[in-house]
Ligand binder design. Structure first.
Ligand code: HQG
Length: 186
């Protein structure tokens, strides 16, 4: 299987399983799951050939573990990053480490200073446990900036943290008070 096919299929699955399942006439359950067979049939009706082998390769080979298969392999979901209102993932609530990191682009800083970090079109603000990942995430939108978040302090003051299947940390909002340091990543 070529890398190009895998990347394209991964993008297609992200679009369908996070944002627009209705684009191929499928429905996700509350936890984001859909039968692999329904996904394959829906995709076929809309001119995209998928099969179980290709789907499995994308799930297993994905650098960020974007997708999970159920233990019997019959169902699939995106691990996080949803915008569709069909889904309300019950992520595991967890005590965060002392620090977490958020990567953003310098052009968003002014607005972040006013509002803190907000989820935008996703359901949560996404945080990572290491600055390197944060830098890579921020780079997608421009000159990357890494924000250091005092996650433990937030937790102690009642903010609930969750961790997705793939390790990404999620929180509803990060007020500016907990963003203690801004490092321009060169
Ligand atoms: C910014 C990718 C202005 C925020 C990545 C970010 C990640 C604000 C953008 C995952 C703001 C939202 C998530 C405020 C936050 N004013 N801008 N008050 N608060 N922002 O893509 O965190 O490839 O929705 O800094 O690897 O960048 O999709 O979120 O720049 O894990 O699997 O608003 O997406 O993974 O952008 O990325 P996004 P994100 P996948």
């Amino acid at each position: 299987m070529g890398n190009k096919t895998l990347t394209e299929t991964s993008k297609f699955l992200s679009y369908i399983l996070r944002h627009k399942p209705q684009a191929i006439g499928i429905t996700l359950d509350n936890e984001g799951w859909v039968d692999v067979s329904a996904l394959i049939e829906g995709a076929a009706r809309h001119g995209r050939a998928l099969d179980e082998t290709l789907i499995r390769e994308v799930v297993v080979g994905n650098d960020k573990k974007r997708f999970s298969l159920s233990s019997d392999g019959a169902r699939i979901r995106a691990a996080q990053g949803h915008s569709t209102t069909q889904v309300n993932l019950q992520h595991v609530q967890k005590v965060p480490p002392e620090r977490l990191y958020h990567g953003t682009a310098s052009r968003f800083l002014e607005s972040i200073r006013r509002q803190g970090l907000i989820p935008g079109s996703r359901h949560h603000v996404h945080l990572s446990d290491n600055p390197d990942t944060a830098r890579a995430v921020g780079k997608r939108y421009g000159t990357p900036v890494i924000l250091n978040i005092r996650a433990q302090d937030m937790h102690q003051q009642g903010h609930r943290f969750f961790q997705a299947d793939n390790g990404v940390w999620l929180v509803e909002h990060v007020p500016m008070d907990f963003i203690s340091e801004t490092t321009i990543a060169l």
